[in-house]
Write a protein that binds this ligand. Structure first.
Ligand SMILES: [Zn+2]
Length: 346
């Protein structure tokens, strides 16, 4: 977490009267003295928050570093000596809050379908289109997660978790600006699954991040998202949907903490980041330097295509002057490869 300069206030724990440091945006407070949570209302009233849950964190500092080095050593487009040379400069455990919902939705919709029929007979026979009214309803079960802080970007890489995928960004340096590789997508994570009651002593040396989104605000956000989802689904059920109404029933709402490791490492003078799952050690999101020979391979591929195109054009168009293109391409590849062998690091 980045340090915030905002003024700190103090609140009194509802269970044990200990003072809790509070930042202006904090709504969900944790008291490390008695292991309990409370919710701070906008009117300043503090109410206990029961049944907070935790995704189990099974790793310690060393295991996280080992998982990270293993990740550095495998996969594509990484600098060959990354695992060996990288210096891990920071490893920090945090527990971040999410609201997890189990919600049933029932959507009633009505609309029109475009139909065609034949009218007339003999030579007068033609096709006519008309609109046929249609209506129906559907029910769905949703598992929905709302991040309980306002700005996901304050924790580098957390957006990847929200979208349910992983994001690995390769750092091509100045070689290819804005090029991204290896972005995976997957199922959104179900935070209610496998969670256990929150226990601070099961999380040594971890910073419990206070939540900024209270329960009713989270419910509002989930409601909006799910209504949109149901409307999109209804819109696909008829040619024209006119009315759509969704009723939601939240069966289970829980604050679930997820343990994460924030890692910072340096490689040849540059800093990189990784966000690691505290449960199984998988890399949720990270960036890494690209190997020098990977760049040569990529140049060769691009230049090879251009060169082959040039050769084909020279041959088809019977224009010997075009042979300059493939020769120039071969020259370029040789130049990049020898420059890499002599000067490039990584
Ligand atoms: Zn307390």
């Amino acid at each position: 977490m980045s340090k915030q300069a905002s003024a700190q206030l103090t609140a009194q724990c509802v269970e044990c009267d200990a003072s809790i440091q509070v930042l202006p945006d904090d709504r969900l407070l944790f008291c490390p003295s008695c292991d309990t949570f409370s919710q701070l209302g906008s009117d300043g009233q503090i109410l206990p928050l029961k049944k907070v849950r935790l995704q189990p964190g099974k790793l310690d500092n060393n295991e996280v570093e080992n998982m990270a080095r293993k990740w550095m050593a495998e996969g594509f487009w990484k600098a060959a000596d990354l695992a060996e040379v990288a210096k891990i400069t920071k490893v920090e455990a945090i527990a971040v809050p999410f609201w997890a919902f189990e919600i049933t939705s029932r959507t009633y919709w009505s609309g029109m379908n475009k139909r065609s029929r034949s009218v007339g007979s003999g030579d007068q026979r033609r096709s006519q289109t008309y609109w046929e009214p249609v209506s129906d309803d559907f029910s769905e079960e949703h598992r929905w997660t709302i991040y309980a802080r306002k700005d996901p970007s304050e924790i580098m890489g957390l957006e990847a978790l929200q979208k349910g995928g992983g994001a690995i960004r390769a750092d091509w340096g100045s070689y290819l600006l804005g090029f991204q590789s290896g972005a995976k997508s997957g199922q959104p994570r179900d935070l209610l699954l496998d969670s256990e009651p929150f226990r601070y002593d099961s999380l040594p040396d971890i910073q419990v991040v206070p939540g900024q989104v209270d329960r009713s605000e989270a419910e509002q956000q989930a409601k909006q998202a799910l209504e949109g989802l149901c409307r999109d689904k209804a819109n696909n059920l008829a040619d024209r949907v006119i009315d759509c109404d969704t009723a939601l029933d939240a069966k289970n709402v829980q604050l679930v903490y997820l343990p994460l490791w924030q890692m910072e490492y340096s490689y040849r003078g540059r800093l990189y980041h990784a966000l690691i799952d505290g449960g199984d050690g998988h890399i949720i999101s990270a960036n890494h330097p690209v190997g020098k020979w990977d760049k040569v391979v990529l140049t060769s591929m691009v230049v090879g295509i251009v060169g082959a195109g040039g050769a084909l054009a020279a041959w088809l168009a019977q224009m010997p002057s075009l042979w300059i293109i493939p020769y120039a391409c071969i020259g370029l590849m040789a130049l990049h490869a020898s420059w890499t062998a002599l000067f490039a690091k990584g």
